[in-house]
Every structure is written in structure tokens, then in C-alpha cells.
Design a protein around this ligand. Sequence first.
Ligand SMILES: Cc1cc2nc3c(=O)[nH]c(=O)nc-3n(C[C@H](O)[C@H](O)[C@H](O)COP(=O)(O)OP(=O)(O)OC[C@H]3O[C@@H](n4cnc5c(N)ncnc54)[C@H](O)[C@@H]3O)c2cc1C
Ligand code: FES
Length: 270
Amino acid sequence: MSSKTHYYVEAEVVSNIIETSRVNTLVLKLGQHMEVKPGQFLMVWRPGDGEIPITPSLTNGETICLTIERVGLTSSRLASLKAGERVFLRGPYGNGFNLEYPGKYLLVGGGTGAASLTPAYLKLVEKGVQTLFLVGGRNRDNLVYVNKLRELNANIRIATDDGSVGFHGTLPEFFKKIIAESFFENVLTIGPEKMMVKIAEECHRNGIRCQVSLVRIVKCGIGFCGSCVLDPVGLRVCVDGPVFNAEEILGTDFGAYMRDEAGRRVEVTL
Ligand SMILES: Cc1cc2nc3c(=O)[nH]c(=O)nc-3n(C[C@H](O)[C@H](O)[C@H](O)COP(=O)(O)OP(=O)(O)OC[C@H]3O[C@@H](n4cnc5c(N)ncnc54)[C@H](O)[C@@H]3O)c2cc1C
Ligand code: FES
């Protein structure tokens, strides 16, 4: 299957890897081939538990990994699944990253963003593009997907807020230091929105092309319900994104406001 589907594909959990106390990675075996571009997302459904959007952390035809943080009911139930249990996937949805721009790439992943950026990293390396991956978390126990990235021999640098591993400081602080040492033409980032807006603004000041992957409340995933809209420009994260050129959305509600589950405009807190 190479294009998106609005029907569900059944998948079986092969294993459940503990990343941190709040984050698990499900390794799923699908009954058929599913092609997902780096940065595209899937709607993941388990009857009775709800359906949520997740960006795969690895895709390999019939095997897909999903790295899930427990923030509420559906994510907690999915993250707790055991080998042999089943989920249903529809998609892939959204645009994914544009990896055709020339030049070096700097990837910036906060929290589960490090996992979601991994397919883009692997694709860039496969294309022979010079790429550095910055991964951040509050402390050593909150770093997500670092073991997998090390297993993949990825070119990673780590920042922790408390200095327990790597650079002592936030990812935006580390990012500033890195781009002062070496110029990158391209930045890809996924993580907390307050972090991404700082990265995007820094790129804007330094003439760096920046692509950000936005998280909003996604219900339908196909551009129908409007719950994921970015005000005031009316871009829908599920079909116009989730990846946007930062220049396109700086000055909008990016980093400031989002819609809650009832459609109300609320402040972005993370
Ligand atoms: C395109 C896309 C890709 C994503 N990829 C991943 C991924 O790879 N891994 C991962 O762990 N998560 C990912 N998410 C986020 C994930 O979908 C949400 O955490 C999940 O929908 C929460 O559902 P829940 O039922 O567990 O929590 P809920 O009960 O729905 O929510 C719990 C709390 O989190 C808040 N919340 C829920 N969804 C969002 C949101 N989208 N933005 C801000 N706050 C929210 C709610 O307001 C509430 O306070 C992605 C989201 C999008 C839009
Ligand atoms: S989630 Fe329904 S329009 Fe985007």
C-alpha cells in the first residue's frame, strides 16, 4: 500500500519497549506493507480506548514503531499494550518533511520528538546528507529514544536541563551554541511548541530554513472537522501539515494558542 487509506489496517504488537517512566515504544507487525514518509502520521485506534494521531518512530514496510507518551486515557492505554495485542491504523496522513532542500541538516527533537524525527534522520543519512541530531530532555531519565539512536550509530548530541547528560541547558540554548559553531542550511524540529517557536525564531534571525511539525487536537485526520486549525490563517495541521515551513506560521497562533477538545482557543502551555 503506497497511498493513504481511510480504512483500517490491523497490526499486532510484537514488543513494548520502555523508554522512560512516561514513554513506551510499540513495535508493530502489520498484515500488509504500509509506506509512511518521514513526518507523516497515523491515526491509531483501539476499540473502546479511542483514537489518536502518532508519528511513527521507525517504519520498515510491514514493521512500524510508535513511541507514545502517556498524557491521557488513549495514549496511556496504547502505551501499555503487550505483545500479541492488536491495534488498528489508518493513514498515513499529512505532508511529512521536505528533505529535498540542499545543504546540511540539523535535527532538534524534544521529548518524543526525538523518536518522531528518526525516520527523517535515517532518510537523510541514506541520501548521503550531512546531518546532526540534537536530542533533549529535562534530565537523563527523560531522554527518549537515545538507546535506539545509539544502536543506529546516529550522529547525536544531547542536552539536559539539569546537566545530568551532555550540554547543561535547554535545547534552544544548545541549538544557539551549535549554530554559532557551524552553519546549517536546514533545521527540522519536533517537540514542545514553546521550544519549537524559540528554534524557529532563531532560524529566522539567522537565515536558516526551518521546518516544524505541529501538534494539535486531531480528530478526523482528513481535513473535515476543523479541530486542528491554526488561527488566524486557517491552516489545518492534519492536511496542510503537520509539517510547516516556520516562515509560514511565525506570527500566527504557533507557540501561543491552540484549540482545545471543545474547539475553544486556549493558551499553549508546553
Ligand atoms: C500529527 C501528530 C503527531 C503526534 N505524534 C505523537 C507521537 O509520535 N508520540 C506521542 O506521544 N504523541 C504524539 N502526538 C500527540 C498525541 O496524539 C496526544 O498526546 C494524544 O492525542 C493525547 O490523547 P489522550 O487521549 O491520551 O489524552 P487526552 O485525554 O486527549 O489529553 C490529555 C491532556 O493532553 C492534552 N492534549 C491532548 N492532545 C493534545 C495536543 N494535540 N496538543 C496539546 N495538548 C493535547 C489535553 O488537552 C489534556 O490536557 C501527536 C499529535 C499529532 C497532532
Ligand atoms: S483533525 Fe479534523 S480537520 Fe484536522
